[in-house]
Design a binder for this molecule. Sequence first.
Ligand code: HEC
Length: 131
Amino acid sequence: MNKFFLIALLSTQLLFLSFSGKANKTTLSVDKPVIQSKEPLLGYQRKQQLIHMVKQDCGSCHGMTLKGGLGPALLPENVKDKPILFLQNTILYGRPGTAMPPWKTILTEQETLWIAKQLQQGINKGINNEQ
Ligand code: HEC
């Protein structure tokens, strides 16, 4: 085997390794947005179910009108200045060591993001008024 051929072969392998390394890094990145754009948009019916769930299930701790109870109030004035990802992650993963349970087995990332936005704008405003 000719020396130049060997060098050329080695460098293509190195090139390949550096590319595959880069690809792995991107997949594992934690900086990319949580939301997956491939998920279908939430339909009207699902949104209604989610609002109902927030009032009933979340309401059992946060109060039916979200004015607070065992859990803190979740009205716009309480949550509008909190980062959306902070609220979304609280809903998805809960708050270990507190009564706030994780909802990730019941709700998708997209649904928790939507709920967080609804809390910021006020769920009683109705889902027709969302931006
Ligand atoms: C079993 C009671 C319980 C239920 C049910 C519950 N929560 Fe909570 N939640 C809490 C408690 C307690 C806290 C405060 C945790 C702490 O002390 O950090 C909290 C905190 C939160 C926060 C953070 C508020 C802030 O200002 O930082 C959000 C957002 C939230 N809950 C949303 C929800 C949503 C949405 C649901 C329903 C899908 C829900 N919670 C259901 C008890 C509950």
